[in-house]
Design a binder for this molecule. Structure first.
Ligand code: FES
Ligand SMILES: [Fe+2]
Length: 445
């Protein structure tokens, strides 16, 4: 008889979910080990470390990690912890350095992690120190279209298998141009929210006409963008899809419209349309006609905590999350268009973004509700659209019938259970890569 799993937090037939997962310290501690210790985690972008010896300081869960490019151009993700007593060997956000010296006793590491120099190696240690075994702890690193991922799990599948058919959709934003993308930022800030509230929110189009009503009115009045209504959302042909823990929402329209959400206004529309028309032959070659012309990735999350493009939702305890918000632009895009997207992104998302502030208020309240003793007795309701999702002839993954659905959220918490109940990757299920990746784009760009 199989043992009962430790975590059963969602009832998939009724869509009820246990609120304790948003606030309990013991559950959070397990998340750090089982999810952030096993999954592939988005940690940065190759464009943040373009030259040899460049480095960028980042995090895997709560663990500080230095993303380096060594003298041979290879990427490394190194735990920022001296192997002697544990001090951080790097104290700055980014830079260019061949070595990192610990400022406690001076142990010095190369940027590939090897321990190179120990003061008093002969005099103090009598040449008995096993230096080769005392390099910085290194995670596995792989990239997808310039985005850098790392995992502590030696038995994790390849990043390609981990992303699976989600990449079919991700390519429509991250893998469009031969020249790749440039990451700008990050903007960093803290919020009193559980890290899962915004991952869950990435597939929540239900809140948009209500929560963002005032922001959308401003956009409509001053930028000439269409008004949002519940009727439009309910009638939308757009969809959600779920693959291997990754939640995708996507636009399904053959209207040859430009692909950028941020910065589009009545004044800038012409710029976006010209760029779209000029680059379409290249994009069609890279992605095939269906993905180039019809499918546009919208809000999405990459399991566990990569959200809304290149943004990290870094857990800082059950009731706190640090956001690292980047703007990604095509490297070969005209500068004026890059500028418009950068400004548009800050106006919508980021610490001062109009839409962001609406969202953060929701995430705070979902988090707070989970701390209430009485409230915890009553589960969240995630029942929307149960039984109205399945396989689709054109689109990979588990696809919802409508744009408004809680299918992705239910499956996200099921995936959370898969990781939380697994001792190793041997028992974490993975869907095979089956989509037709038409075009020349690959994992490497
Ligand atoms: S703690 Fe780093 S050299 Fe001692
Ligand atoms: Fe929102």
């Amino acid at each position: 008889m199989r043992a009962t799993p430790k975590y059963v937090v969602i009832d998939p037939t009724a869509g009820k979910i246990d609120r304790r997962i948003f606030s309990e310290q013991a559950i959070y501690d397990d998340e750090m080990a089982k999810i952030f210790g096993q999954a592939w985690l988005m940690i940065g972008h190759e464009s943040l470390v373009p030259a040899v010896d460049d480095f960028f300081h980042t995090y895997m869960g709560e663990d500080p990690v230095i993303l380096t490019r060594d003298g041979q151009g290879r990427l490394h993700a190194l735990l920022n912890m001296c192997r002697h007593r544990g001090n951080r060997v790097c104290r700055v956000d980014d830079g260019n350095a061949k070595r990192f010296m610990c400022t406690y006793h001076g142990w010095t590491y190369r940027n590939d992690g090897a321990l190179e120099h120990v003061p008093g190696e002969s005099e103090a240690y009598y040449d008995a120190l096993d230096k080769p075994s005392l390099g910085l702890i290194e995670a596995r690193v792989e990239t997808y279209a310039g985005i850098v991922f790392a995992t502590w799990a030696k038995d994790a599948p390849s990043l390609e298998a981990y992303l699976g058919d989600a990449r079919w959709y991700l390519d429509t934003v991250f893998n469009r141009r031969d020249g790749g993308m440039q990451a700008l930022g990050p903007m960093k800030w803290l919020e009193p929210v559980n890290w899962k509230t915004m991952v869950d929110n990435c597939s929540d189009n239900y809140h948009v006409p209500t929560s963002h009503l005032s922001s959308a009115r401003v956009q409509s009045r001053y930028l000439g963008r269409p008004r949002l209504s519940h009727e439009d959302q309910f009638a939308s042909p757009n969809k959600h899809a779920f693959v291997n823990g990754h939640s995708i929402t996507f636009r399904d329209a053959d209207d040859n419209a430009p692909r950028y959400m941020h910065g589009v206004s009545k004044d800038t529309m012409r710029l976006f349309q010209e760029y779209h028309d000029a680059t379409m032959p290249e994009i069609e070659r890279r992605l095939g006609t269906l993905r180039a012309r019809r499918v546009q990735l919208a809000n999405h999350s990459i399991f566990p905590n990569g959200i809304l493009g290149l943004r990290l939702a870094l857990p800082r305890g059950p009731l706190k999350t640090e956001f690292w918000h980047f703007v990604l632009v095509d490297r070969d895009m005209p500068e004026d268009l890059q500028r418009v997207i950068r400004i548009g992104s800050q106006a919508n998302n980021g610490a001062a973004g109009m839409f962001e502030q609406d969202d953060v208020d929701n995430w705070r309240q979902v988090t707070e509700a989970s701390t209430s003793r009485l409230g915890r007795r009553h589960p969240q309701d995630l029942s929307m659209g149960i039984g109205h999702a399945g396989l689709h002839p054109d689109y990979p993954g588990f696809v919802s019938e409508r744009y408004i659905s809680e299918n992705n959220q239910r499956l996200f918490y099921r995936r959370w259970e898969d990781f939380m109940n697994a001792e190793s990757w041997a028992t974490i299920p993975l869907d095979p890569v089956e989509a037709n990746f038409e075009g020349t784009a690959t994992m490497q760009g």
